[in-house]
Design a protein around this ligand. Sequence first.
Ligand code: NAP
Length: 530
Amino acid sequence: MNLHGRSFIGGILVEESVATFRAISPLDNRPLDPEFHECALGAVAEALMRAEEAFPVYARITPNARAAFLERIAEEIARTGDALIDRAHRETGLSAERLVGERGRTVNQLRLFAGVVRDGSWCDARIDRAMPERQPLPRLDIRRMLAPLGPVIVFGASNFPLAFSVAGGDTASALAAGCPVIVKAHRGHPGTSEIVAAAIVRAVEASGLPGGVFSMLHGSGEQIGVALVRHPLARAAGFTGSRAGGRALFDAAASRPEPIPVFAEMSSLNPVFILPGAMRERGEQIALGLKGSVTMGAGQFCTKPGLVFGVGGPDLQAMTEALEKGIRETAPATMLHAGICNAYRSGIDSMAKVPGVVALAMSDAEALPDRTHGEAVLFTTDIDDFLLRPKLHEEVFGPCTLLVTAGSLSDLVRVAQRMEGQLTATIHATESDLADAADLIGILRRKAGRLVLNGYPTGVEVCPAMHHGGPYPATTDERFTSVGTAAIQRWARPVCFQNFPAALLPEELRDENPCGLVRMIDGKFTLASV
Ligand code: NAP
């Protein structure tokens, strides 16, 4: 496939270029063709103006037309064939098998959101009918629903080059809500981004939509990324990546004259608590599952378990030995890009230097720098050192974990109380363990977005009940999810109509319920008309 290396604004290629860069394949550290062109700041204003022009048209097309558009994007991406998988493999080092699976997830997400749009109930329509006879004061007719925010900025994530990048969950949910999208492409996989962006542009054209519904810009985060978020026409942003990057964009958005939300998913240690009964009954089996969860995808998942807690004793010792063996047998794996690999190496180097921390095991095979390898590592420490050292509370993105030995169950409660916000928290427990775990579960409910029992946090199902979010620093807004159908709610705001005639109401709020929605009428959910 011939790549042009240009940004897209509303289907038109951007000619102006302020700098060029190439993707570097982490498989062999060699640059890939072609050159990609970073756009000038003028492209930011142009993309946002086109998005703003497109917004009133796109927000008002029928749910069926919007759903068909999402399905068309899915179809175009499904048709990209081996060209997309080959390019993504060379740019990210991820295996073809993983990427085929990820493309399937991307396509399914788009189709899932098409279903959400057709169903329409996501708009949370509520109607409180007028009560002219009410005493002491009459009630007016009041109707409310969610409406799209306007142009949304999406930052493609490096670790899901398809499912959380150009046409990933953020883009799919924002387009589903009725918002035009401008993607700031991740420089780790610019060719993959171009192939997917071209698929979206074809879908925009085939659906007869205004071009400004979708744009994708290449450029530096600190310049193009910040300028996109600070532009007065941008209404919200979605981000997955580092805490520093997410926080910089959040702060840039908050310091605008008119602040906007940035939904950033940033860092999480995903603690795993193995309670004594489970440790005794199946410690070695848990060790095997943990090894898989820590090292899968070279540990480059936001839900990788980076902390494991157990109560000291022979059962923990047996589990530790099984985990050590698993880590030693894990071959070093190619990481997504040199930046992530270097950050991982410096993360494990600094962890090894923290007083009280011991590196118990690492991959037996040598990590090859020219293949951007990260080796698997198991560290250990005790609970007092863990509580004393802030460094141990930071995410290390890659295939390592820290096993912390506690003295008792109450130590586990104490450590959970001191934890920052997390995407997930996992408990391994028997029924009798659970009888003593109410305090721990109570605290973890406040610390994490998803609680996992007797399982592993990696592998996030895309479904209506999923919550992939959590208190800061896991995300910048713990009320929302970035995975699953509820992700659409980030891109909408409530609008209330008081005393409006039927002809001026949106269809979703009309008496006869022409969209066939489940609505709340006078406090009760119903499919009925008014
Ligand atoms: P990143 O450095 O945060 O970059 C993500 C995106 O944000 C890129 O498009 C980047 O643009 C932009 N960006 C970064 N810093 C910025 C800033 N100060 N202002 C404006 N935009 C900025 O993430 P990454 O390259 O994917 O990986 C780096 C580290 O992030 C990893 O080592 C890991 O620690 C963490 N990470 C975490 C997760 C997670 O799910 N928790 C996922 C991926 C990565 P430029 O590249 O052009 O600067």
